[in-house]
Design a binder for this molecule. Structure first.
Ligand code: GN1
Ligand code: MG
Length: 373
């Protein structure tokens, strides 16, 4: 349902009061980042103690309960993870979610499932060709995994079961093709055929996980570089955000997802797939940063499959975008009718280029793994 600005302001004000935010509501803006949840920055007027008015900002998010069907458990995961980080690494900045009067870190009401956190003044990057920033993003995600290496994975609820199970993502695509509820399959035969032609290679990590050849860790699972907040002035990483999918996973899920997003020459939804491809310099910079933190803990199989993981994650996401397009765009937010199709084509073009550059990627991984071991 589309709301007017006034209606949205009223809703956000109501949510702010439920989370006991003091001071008069001043304004809000929608933050367009993120393909699943809705995010708003809300601004309040606060007396700074000397009678001068100051603006204090928060982030309000409406969790997409089509994607996250157990949002209460999701918020419990976030609570456990952030509490663990706060306790174990008191000097590391961490997200802070506010509580309602009845001590819940969420609010469920007639128009959704809401949460509210502090706003951290920062910059984020959707695309970035500055190798130093990319390297720092690699360090930030590497640090994040290392910080959680002592965290008991048993405590985590699977917020989206089989999230990075590439075999089951392929199965979902095949089911969508079979159902074809919108009559869109004929138009995307070429994409379907290509994805099916590389299925076994794309699913290699999933198969190795099943056979016990790759260890489970606690991973972030949604490592787009825009999930790292950077200091506005120094461009040093401040904090890793978007903890909705912190679950047991493979190191390659974090590495591969970051690469397929950050090291693509084109934006994820670029309408011209011929512009997509793997930027090996960015690949190198991220790998450096990530492995400078993770290399000492890698198994041989993990090292050997890191480069492949970026191909796997690009194919996996292609199957997700394509299945969503075929099913009528129910999962990912879209801005126009062919948005998911354009995302699919761009991701496939990237995956094809990754195949051509696999040897180079492997050489970079091996070199960094050795240097930082
Ligand atoms: C979604 O919401 P956002 O932008 O963090 C999706 C990721 C995809 C990504 C593609 C929970 O992430 O898995 O890789 O879109 N998150 C979920 O842009 O499905
Ligand atoms: Mg996310």
């Amino acid at each position: 349902m589309k709301h007017t600005n006034l209606e949205t302001a009223k809703r956000l004000q109501r949510i702010g009061s439920a989370f006991c935010i003091p001071g008069p509501f001043f304004s809000y803006e929608e933050i367009k980042m993120g393909n699943v949840n809705h995010t708003y920055k809300v601004n309040y007027i606060r007396d700074d103690g000397s009678g001068m008015a100051q603006i204090k900002s928060y982030l309000v998010q409406r969790v997409n309960t089509y994607a996250f069907q157990h949002p209460v458990e999701l918020m419990q995961n976030i609570d456990r993870v952030t509490e663990y980080i706060r306790r174990t690494y008191p000097d590391t900045p961490c997200l802070h979610f506010h509580h309602t009067a009845d001590r819940k870190n969420y609010l469920m009401d007639e128009d959704g499932f809401w949460r509210l956190s502090n706003y951290v003044p920062s910059v984020t990057f959707d695309t970035c060709d500055d190798a130093a920033v990319i390297r720092s993003a690699g360090e930030a995600f590497g640090d994040f995994q290392m910080m959680l290496s002592g965290f008991d994975a048993e405590q985590l609820f699977y917020t989206i079961p089989d999230f990075h199970n590439t075999r089951s993502r392929y199965a979902q695509l095949k089911a969508a093709v079979e159902a074809d509820p919108c009559g869109r399959v004929a138009e995307v035969r070429e994409e379907i055929d290509w994805l099916l032609s590389v299925e076994d290679q794309a699913c290699r990590l999933t198969d190795m996980e099943r056979s016990g050849e790759l260890p489970l860790r606690v991973t972030h699972n949604d490592t787009k570089i825009n999930n790292v907040l950077f200091d506005e002035a120094t461009h040093k990483p401040l904090v890793v955000i978007d903890l909705d999918t912190v679950m047991p996973g493979l190191i390659g899920h974090d590495f591969g997802d970051a690469i397929r997003f950050a090291a693509n020459f084109a934006a994820e939804d670029c309408p011209n797939p011929e512009e997509a491809g793997l930027d090996l310099n960015i690949f190198w910079a991220f790998t450096e940063g990530f492995l400078s933190k993770m290399a000492p803990s890698l198994t041989q199989n993990e090292t050997d499959t890191l480069a492949l993981s970026s191909f796997s994650l690009a194919c996996e996401l292609s199957t997700r975008f394509l299945a969503d397009y075929i099913m009528g765009d129910k999962y990912f937010k879209i801005k126009h009718a062919r948005h998911n199709l354009e995302r699919t084509r761009c991701q496939i073009a990237l995956a094809k280029d990754m195949l051509l550059k696999m040897n180079a990627m492997n050489a970079i991984v091996r070199e960094c793994a050795q240097r930082y071991r």
